[in-house]
Design a binder for this molecule. Sequence first.
Ligand code: GCV
Length: 676
Amino acid sequence: MSPLAPTADHAWLRPDAPALGRQILAVDASGPLVETVGAEVADLTTWHGGRLAPTDEATVVLTTADRARGVLAAAGLGEPDRAVADLGPEAFAVVRGHGRLAVVGGSDRGLLYGFHHMRRLQDPLGHGSDGTEIHAPTHPVRMLDHWDNVAVHPVMGQVERGYADGSLFYHDGRLRPNLDRVRHYARLLASVGINRVSLNNVNVHRLEATLLTERLDDVVRLAEVFRPQGVAVYLSVNFSSPMTLGGLPTADPADEAVRSWWASAVRRIYDAIPDFGGFVVKADSEGQPGPFGYGRTHADGANMLARALAPHGGEVFWRAFVYNHRQDWRDRSTDRARAAYDHFTPLDGQFDDNVVLQVKHGPMDFQVREPVSPVIGAMPRTRLALELQVTQEYTGQQRHVCYLAPMWSQVLHFPFGEDDAPTVSDVASGRATAPSGGIVAVSNVGADEHWTGHPFAQANLYALGRLAWDPQLPAESILDEWLAATFADESVRDAARSIMTGSWETYEQYTAPLGVGFMVRPGHHYGPDVDGYEYTPWGTYHFADRDGVGVDRTRATGTGYAGQYPEPWASRFELSETTPDELLLFFHHVPYTHRLHSGKTVIQHIYDTHFAGVERVEEMLATWERVREQAPRPLADRVRERLEEQRRSAIEWRDQVNTYFFRKSGIPDNRGRTIY
Ligand code: GCV
């Protein structure tokens, strides 16, 4: 790939999008990010013909809480409401009255978020009634993890599970000399409230490990680009670094020399980057080293790093993705889904305050449908972060349209108990058990001229930020916001809305049914291979035979995983009659003739959904063809090319899955359609 070219695709910060009309603006605020807000305002006035003026002339005033009294008075908006004095640093207030409006940030950071809120409203003076509205993020941690390698990895490429070309940060084994695209990326992140970013793959190879030491200057440069947008940088670190980088004979967390190696590595970082965020760690997982190698617990490992970071205010995001990836497929009692709970819940209460346990949303690995991980509801004395995957590893790899916000909303609202019990979001936000861990997600962005491979995948990045800020926002309103900010033409917006709405369910229809998971081609994970992982050590099986399919995870006759949930879920998942259809095969091995709540048999459901999924993709393609001429180029052609690939791939999935289950079961389709 050539050095990174500038892109014409501004994503949702399209400069010509209607924003704040032709208002007269004033900025009178304090703090280091005010310069960033000022640059945004200058940009707006250039594009939209508004102008900057003193506060008393302005129709829209941007200020911070420490100056609110004087500024609001000068703007004729009276005394600030009491709530303005209590704003947290990331919060902002919108004060309206007499045809004027003020945005008051709890700090300069809150003001930056408030500015982007105004921008989203497009015509803020036309919205809302007079008075004061308060906006504050639900989850204080809103973080993106990049799985970027500095050099191209021989198997995983430059970005592990990256589907948007190379890395935005690194090229040719080093930091890109021109970071302008990163600058725009940082701005995109701030516009949806992301406040942390981790800069390298959690599988930390030798070269990438040196970001901590001899390549620290690269981290300094990236921090300089993210800082003006209020985004703190983190590094993924390798647990063996004291040996591989420090030449010590061990990486045992109990060893004094190891502890002091980490302490001095951390000191050097903070000397260079005083607002450095901390570390992300994948330990004892898929070949990465960790504390188990020294007979220590994950609390011992995490706390050692946490103690090196604590004097500087840093944090450790320690991943709970720990399981045996060398399992014997013949052994049906070992269940990968159980692993995180079994490893981590006994450690509840043993992690230091600056450790966050980062838990994938499902117990397996970002499949198109999984139940919510029971770990999230089972560790009340531990800070927990929910980990989501914006990069579409198992949901079409940014060649297929798959709008993921509806899935994430469902996860965030899952209650660990009866309906009024604390939800996933309550845990991640610290409302259920303080303090909070937050929302962490694997980024889907790369050097691609459209940022995300499929231009519609930009909506997933946008939605991640919006839901992390406010999980109550409906997925469809977020989509509308994104469409309004991204496309000028209404017919294009309508077409994109119709293509993207329900696209998660469509993807599920033509791929792995009823929560069964993993029917992808091993290695790269794209396209169908029903038995691809069936006889491997990875712990991802569907157990299809001539009579039935699915994994028995009940307490009565299976692996007992269903018992890791609190009631009523443990009892509901224990029985096939009370398990929701979409998760049936995750929890139960059932005959093909088993009747779903929908009234269909499992086998007929498989046939029907696979045919329906392909039909829906045909409709998507036809919908885009109708508006393609109105959409901007080259985006329009990219979308068409991706939809054509989605159709090809969906047909391949349909035919392989249907044929596989027809051959296993011998049961014909009751509608007599072609199955090979
Ligand atoms: C970064 C899955 C992916 C791996 C990824 C891993 C993880 O197994 O296939 O590429 O590694 O998850 O989350 O650590």
